[in-house]
Design a protein around this ligand. Sequence first.
Ligand SMILES: NC(=O)c1ccc[n+]([C@@H]2O[C@H](COP(=O)([O-])OP(=O)(O)OC[C@H]3O[C@@H](n4cnc5c(N)ncnc54)[C@H](OP(=O)(O)O)[C@@H]3O)[C@@H](O)[C@H]2O)c1
Length: 333
Amino acid sequence: MSVPRLGGAEVLRLSSDELPAPAVGQVRVRVLAAGVSYGDILLRAGVIPGGPKRPFTPGYDLVGVVDRAGPGTRAPEPGRRVVALVRSGGYAEYALVAADRLVALPDGVDPVEASALALNYFIAQQMLHRVAGVRRGGTVLVHGASGGVGTAFLELAALAGVTVHGTCSAARAEQVRALGGHPVDRTEDFLRVVRGLPGGAVDAVFDPIGGRHFLRSYRAVRRGGVMVGFGQNAALRGNRRDLLTGAQGFLGGIVLPKLVPDGRRTLFYSAWSLEKSHPAAYRQDLATVLDLLREGRVSPRVGRTMPLDEVADAHRAMESAAVSGKIVLVPAA
Ligand SMILES: NC(=O)c1ccc[n+]([C@@H]2O[C@H](COP(=O)([O-])OP(=O)(O)OC[C@H]3O[C@@H](n4cnc5c(N)ncnc54)[C@H](OP(=O)(O)O)[C@@H]3O)[C@@H](O)[C@H]2O)c1
């Protein structure tokens, strides 16, 4: 599956290539399941700067079976089930993955559920614990709390004894409440809601909306707290990227507040943010959330599984929020 040019879901093209041979340090993985993420849509539309060179195969995560390792490469044995976060390449029957990105899929864990978990729970775990360092008893605001990443925040925060106020549409408020969150209607002024909490501010805000929203989120943070931007949904209008809104978000909501010495931090997080400063974090954090799934302590919602060749419909379903829960692509067996 490839994206030859930027645009709407119609640019997604099925392509059939020769089975690729793994190079030194690589492993060929037969893909069992690949998650559809909003980030795939932003990359396809060109909203995320520095995306992969076109044509590229989308797919931030994959769950699969080790097929073959490159020459002299230390890797799990063929047949072992593995999970990996990759910047692109998940939407495929076979993928070449760097051996050091493969983390074991625990026995008994369903590949589709692991795919629904991998990216969303990994990033929520990192943002909550490594980036924001929110303590038990803390309070955070999560935007898009009814979505895939939002649900991950709700479940992981509940395990950590952290209170979540989460913006969402009215139709999904019950879903947020059922996971222990306090829903805030997304048409309401969330700053007013936060001002009404004890202390009038929260320890951290996690914001995938972007644009001017980042600045408002920053204002909801207490001294010593942090505003973590992790998406730019506002910079995609219909199928068009809105570069101005994206730039306003970064400059006004992330960069400029850094110049104000008020004890509040702002940053933009990506799943790859910690790779240089904490090289071991990728494997540790992915293994941690997979273990939580094996133990039944988290339950990522699978909205729909779809065959790989229906990927354009999968993207349209995600864009129109027609499916509640993760959409997982499953290549033909
Ligand atoms: N930085 C990274 O490495 C990384 C990795 C993965 C994902 N992401 C980002 O995470 C975000 C969420 O991804 P996802 O896969 O969880 O998407 P998702 O399942 O579609 O969830 C997004 C949710 O946001 C809500 N929403 C949309 N506009 C909103 C607004 N103005 N105010 C409040 N809520 C709003 C929608 O819920 P309602 O209909 O209930 O409002 C939607 O369900 C995306 O921006 C994606 O790019 C970042």
